[in-house]
Design a binder for this molecule. Structure first.
Ligand code: PGA
Length: 248
C-alpha cells in the first residue's frame, strides 16, 4: 500500500552552513517510521546535507536535473551525478521551472525518463494556473500534463514515481486549495494513471498536494483519500516542517 510522502522544497534558500544548521536542529524530531520524508535542497547544499542525514532515514532530493549524462551543458547536473552522490529524489517540472526557465512537457518527460534510468525517484509536478481554473479547464490540462510527463514510462517503472499536484495560484500565496479541490484533482490524477496503466498501479502511486501547506492545514489535506502527503515550500524552511511531518 502507498505510504505518505512529505517533501520539503527549499527552492533557492539557505547557504550550506545554514542548511546544515537547520537540518541538525530538526533531524531528530522527525519521525521517519510512519512516512517517507525528503528534503529537496539547492544543489550546492546536497553534499553537506547528505552527510548530515546519514544516520537517519531522511532522504535527500534535488530540485532539478538535466537529461544528458555528461558533456558540454554549462550549469547543468546529471541524474548520474546525483545518483553517484547519494541523492534519491528529484523534483521535475515545478511550475517555477516551467514558467521562469521555459521547461516544456517534452523536457519534463526526458528528465523523468533519465531520473528513472538512474534509480532516482522523480517528484513530477503538475498544476493549473488561476486562469485555467476559472475557465474550467483544470482537469483537462492536468490530464494532458500527466500523459506528457509519463510518455514512454513503462509500467514496471511506475513504482518509482511520485506526482505532486500544485495549483500555481496556491504556491507561495498563502491561498491553499480547499481539501475538496485538492482531493478532486488528485482523484482525477489517479484516474488518468489508471487509464494509462491500470487501477492497481494507479492505487500504488504516491500523489502529493503542494501549495501553501502549513502545520495547520496539513492534517486535513493529507487525510484525504487520494492525497498521500505534500510538497512543502515556504513552511519547509522553518520548524513548522517538523509539525507538518509529524501530523496526525
Ligand atoms: P509553498 O510552495 O508551500 O511555499 O506554497 C510549494 C511549492 O512550490 O512546492
Amino acid at each position: 500500500m502507498r505510504k505518505t510522502i512529505i517533501a520539503g522544497n527549499w527552492k533557492m534558500n539557505k547557504n550550506p552552513i545554514e542548511a546544515v544548521e537547520f537540518v541538525e536542529s530538526i533531524k531528530n524530531q522527525i519521525d521517519t517510521d510512519r512516512y517517507d520524508v525528503v528534503l529537496c535542497v539547492p544543489a550546492i547544499n546536497l553534499i553537506p546535507v547528505l552527510d548530515c542525514v546519514k544516520n537517519t532515514n531522511i532522504k535527500i532530493g534535488a530540485q532539478n536535473v538535466f537529461f544528458e549524462d555528461e558533456g558540454a551543458y554549462t550549469g547543468e547536473i546529471s541524474a548520474k551525478m546525483l545518483k553517484e552522490s547519494g541523492v534519491e529524489y528529484v523534483i521535475i517540472g515545478h511550475s517555477e521551472r516551467r514558467q521562469l526557465f521555459c521547461e516544456t512537457d517534452d523536457m519534463v518527460n526526458k528528465k523523468v525518463i533519465k531520473a528513472i534510468e538512474y534509480g532516482i525517484t522523480p517528484i513530477i509536478c503538475v498544476g493549473e494556473s488561476l486562469q485555467q481554473r476559472e475557465n474550467n479547464v483544470t482537469i483537462e490540462f492536468i490530464r494532458m500534463q500527466i500523459k506528457n510527463a509519463l510518455a514512454n514510462v513503462n509500467e514496471n517503472d511506475t513504482s518509482k514515481i511520485v506526482i505532486a499536484y500544485e495549483p500555481i495560484w496556491a504556491i507561495g500565496t498563502g491561498k491553499t486549495a480547499t481539501t475538496n479541490q485538492a482531493q478532486e484533482v488528485c482523484h482525477e490524477i489517479r484516474n488518468v494513471l489508471a487509464q494509462i496503466y491500470n487501477q492497481n498501479i494507479a492505487d500504488n502511486i504516491q500523489i502529493q498536494y503542494g501549495g501553501s501547506v502549513n502545520s495547520k492545514n496539513a492534517s486535513e489535506l493529507f487525510n484525504m483519500p487520494d492525497i498521500n502527503g505534500g510538497l512543502v515550500g515556504g513552511a519547509s524552511l522553518k520548524n513548522d516542517f517538523v509539525s507538518i511531518v509529524n501530523y496526525k
